[in-house]
Write a protein that binds this ligand. Structure first.
Ligand SMILES: [Mg+2]
Ligand SMILES: [Zn+2]
Length: 221
């Protein structure tokens, strides 16, 4: 039988667990001139977030070697490793939910000497071009992303209805449905702006160091 879970932590990767945003930085540097128009179409609701990803990143001419050089420059949030250690020591399940890509997360774990479970989109290389597939989409959520964080969190809620589910994120596009589905949402950047605009309760944070004592308090409740 599964052990009772009192608390489970879901954490966005780009701009939350890491300082830089891998996908959007690569898109800014390497994607074609169609990117602003694709973003405008996303903002007008004409295409989904995943369709935007496909327009901008699928077929991107970028070799593993070029990506490797870029991944070597990515830094973790100053509290990222401490958060992993805290979760491990307390027996709190921790999972990265990322609208980024599995190949990059696999390599970043090796480069940074950390291990985490994750859900992400799929990236493979086809003659030095990116080929993408969505990781965990939802036909009902409305987020339109490749990894619907709400769907992932609700799946865990069905298994562990007793647990407090925490989501930590920074992005209006990829984190909103997860933040709304969680019992407690930690937010910064555009996610914090969007949650405030909607009048939703959330906890502000700057680095993951800010989150740990508040998780400690949740666990003690
Ligand atoms: Mg993010
Ligand atoms: Zn969703």
């Amino acid at each position: 039988m599964l052990r009772a879970v009192r608390l489970a932590v879901f954490c966005d990767f780009d701009g939350t667990f890491s300082v830089q945003d891998v996908g959007s930085t690569l898109a800014q540097r390497h994607a074609g001139a169609e990117r602003p128009e694709a973003w405008a179409r996303y903002e007008r609701g004409e295409i989904t977030a995943w369709q935007y990803n496909m327009k901008v990143l699928d077929g991107l001419p970028l070799s593993r070697t070029e990506v490797e050089r870029f991944l070597e420059t990515i830094e973790l949030d100053p509290g990222a490793k401490d958060l992993l250690v805290w979760c491990e020591q307390r027996g709190v399940p921790f999972r990265i939910l990322s609208d980024g890509f599995d190949a990059n997360l696999d390599r970043l774990q090796e480069l940074m000497g950390v291990r985490f479970d994750y859900d992400a989109n799929h990236l493979r290389y086809e003659a030095d071009r990116w080929r993408l597939a969505p990781g965990f989409p939802s036909s009902t959520c409305g987020c339109g992303t490749g990894v619907c964080k709400r769907r992932r969190i609700e799946a865990v809620r069905a298994e562990h209805p007793e647990a407090s589910l925490v989501h930590i994120g920074n992005g209006r596009v990829s984190d909103l449905c997860g933040a709304l589905a969680a019992d407690v949402a930690f937010a910064k950047d555009t996610l914090a702006i969007e949650l405030a605009k909607r009048g939703e309760a959330f906890e502000r944070f700057q680095t993951l160091h800010d989150v740990i004592p508040r998780l400690e308090a949740l666990l003690a409740e």
